[in-house]
Design a protein around this ligand. Structure first.
Ligand code: SF4
Length: 542
């Protein structure tokens, strides 16, 4: 059996070898043989996970939906697999609304289309760029979208608008639970609600009072939508008001349904929440009221799995723990873990004793840490003339590293507004260069000479101050460590993208070796564990 026998595009001419015994085809057979609804594939970079799940889709037939969490990845997959019939669908803002087309101006997105305010548009049934894309997707057996689009369709549109699927592939599945939790979060913006509905949201109320208030607000909101649609013109502001009202209606509906929020069934994720009888956390600020589930398990089926008979979760870092976060009991899935096909010598992860990095670092420890970063830059970028990345974890740390470095002429740093531009400049740079960034741990690849070394300056713990994070940490004592470990492994994976690639990764936060790694060995895939090398001195690194 060759890839072409499964209709895979010509660029996938042979099955890639995973180890001495198996190829990608064996991984397809593993998944195809499972009789479980859920299949979890832990497939490190190089295994070629997209070839495996597209091969699986072709082998089993029927309709398959692939979800990704980044536009970059969606675009890349579309380019690679369009020849086998993959059709992409994106959010409405990605398609220009022809209603405004006068041949002169840049078109606003279809999300701003007057049809959303019940204004008749002749393109709705034929010609509209967005609705035509929906129709193309509905007519295809292979569709790619992103998580946000799919969940919005489940919540706001006809869930079957792009058709009924036999299989859903959750790519980058380690992010699925957090993406879902963010999606179901209800945000009541006090000023926004007052402006749109003329109602004052509650203050310091319990969930029952909020549910009651939500019911009243929902009635007002529905009346306002009806009135706004009746008087709407095709002006963008008029349409925008209808859109804002409809979006608020979605939030209010979720709030009103709060009485159906329930405790998770998953035995290993006992629900805990201070002060209320539900699985939700209420956080009020002077401007907002936020309602967040401790675990979004009760919403997995409704917004993510959509009743689809087969769910395939794929990522280099996905583990059974992610299944738990989505409320999938162990008896419902099969878990397959594959080794990295890249030689260990090309992807070493060096643990270099330096300092425990954290807010309580002494002046001396900070100096040692900053000077270790400069030593690695000197060893790699200056002496070898290669490019590398410093994963700084926060913009504050990035600025601190930049300010203290003796190699500023080589450094590139950015803020949230110019990440993309700086990353592109870095990728294009010839000769030695070092990117300091807290924002490239996922969603960016740096193959070959684009990155020959990486410094993980700090174990990437998440901010545990929000009440919902504390509730999750209390409910699952490994939660915070797991999120940090997944992020760290993702960081380390940025620099080695193919068999002919190589990249040295340095972890210089002593928290890693002192307790983080020993305490969490079980969370680390074997392919990453085997790459870890402890050294006493930087000079031991060849
Ligand atoms: S159908 Fe709606 S989104 Fe499409 S062109 Fe018409 S107004 Fe714009």
């Amino acid at each position: 059996m060759f890839p072409s026998d499964l209709n895979l595009p010509p660029k996938f001419s042979e099955w890639r070898r995973i180890d001495s015994r198996r190829t990608q085809y064996d991984a397809i057979i593993d998944a195809a043989s499972s009789d479980k609804r859920f299949i979890i594939l832990n497939a490190p970079t190089g295994v070629g996970k997209s070839t495996i799940y597209m091969g699986l889709a072709a082998m089993l037939g029927g309709r398959t939906l692939v979800l990704t969490d980044s536009k970059n990845l969606q675009d890349q997959l579309y380019r690679d697999f369009a020849p086998m019939g993959l059709v992409e669908i994106k959010g409405q803002s990605n398609y220009g609304c022809l209603y405004f087309d006068d041949g002169r101006r840049t078109l606003p997105g279809c999300d701003e289309g007057p049809c959303h305010a019940s204004i008749q548009c002749n393109y709705r049934d034929k010609g509209c760029r967005y609705y035509d894309a929906v129709r193309r997707a509905a007519g295809s057996s292979l569709v790619i979208a992103n998580y946000a689009y799919w969940m919005n369709v489940q919540k706001f549109a006809d869930p079957e608008s792009i058709g009924v699927f036999d299989r859903i592939i959750l790519d980058e599945a380690h992010n699925a639970a957090s993406t879902l939790a963010d999606f179901v979060k209800v945000t009541i913006d006090r000023a926004h609600v007052f402006k749109l509905l003329g109602l004052e949201p509650l203050r310091n109320a319990d969930i029952d009072a909020w549910v009651e208030w939500g019911g009243e607000a929902l009635r007002v909101c529905n009346d306002r939508i009806e009135a706004a649609c009746a008087s709407a013109s095709a002006y963008r502001e008029s349409v925008a008001i209808v859109r804002r009202l409809k979006s608020l209606r979605g939030e209010l509906q979720d709030l009103v349904w709060a009485h159906t929020w329930r405790r998770t069934d998953a035995p290993n994720i006992p629900a805990w929440i201070p002060g209320t009888a539900t699985d939700w956390i209420i956080e009020e600020t002077p401007t907002m009221a936020l309602f967040q589930p401790v675990w979004a398990t009760a919403y997995s089926e409704k917004y993510l799995f959509g009743g689809i008979p087969s769910v395939v979760m794929v990522s280099a870092t996905v583990t059974p723990k992610d299944a738990g976060f989505l409320g999938i009991p162990p008896s419902y899935y099969d878990y397959f873990q594959y080794p990295s096909p890249f030689p260990l010598s090309t992807r070493p992860v060096y643990i270099v004793p330096t300092a425990r990095v954290g807010r309580s670092m002494s002046v001396g420890e900070t100096r040692i840490w900053l000077s270790r970063i400069d030593q690695i830059i000197a060893k790699e970028a200056v002496d070898r003339g290669v490019k590398g990345i410093i994963h700084a974890r926060s913009y504050e740390r990035a600025r601190q590293i930049f300010a203290a470095s003796e190699h500023k002429d080589l450094l590139m740093i950015h803020d949230p507004s110019n990440t993309r531009k700086t990353v592109e400049q870095f990728k294009r740079a010839s000769g030695a260069a070092v990117l300091i960034s807290p924002a490239v741990s996922t969603g960016h690849d740096f193959p070959l000479d684009e990155c020959r070394f990486q410094i993980i300056a700090k174990v990437p713990f998440i901010d545990n101050r929000p009440a919902v994070i504390q509730a999750r940490a209390k409910s699952d004592r490994k939660y915070l460590d797991y999120i940090a470990m997944v992020e760290l492994i993702q960081m380390a994976g940025r620099g080695v993208r193919s068999e002919s690639d190589f990249c040295n990764t340095y972890i210089i936060d002593d928290n890693f070796a002192a307790w983080f790694f020993p305490r969490n060995r079980d969370l680390v895939p074997k392919w990453f564990r085997s790459a870890i090398r402890k050294v006493r001195l930087l000079s031991e690194v060849a």
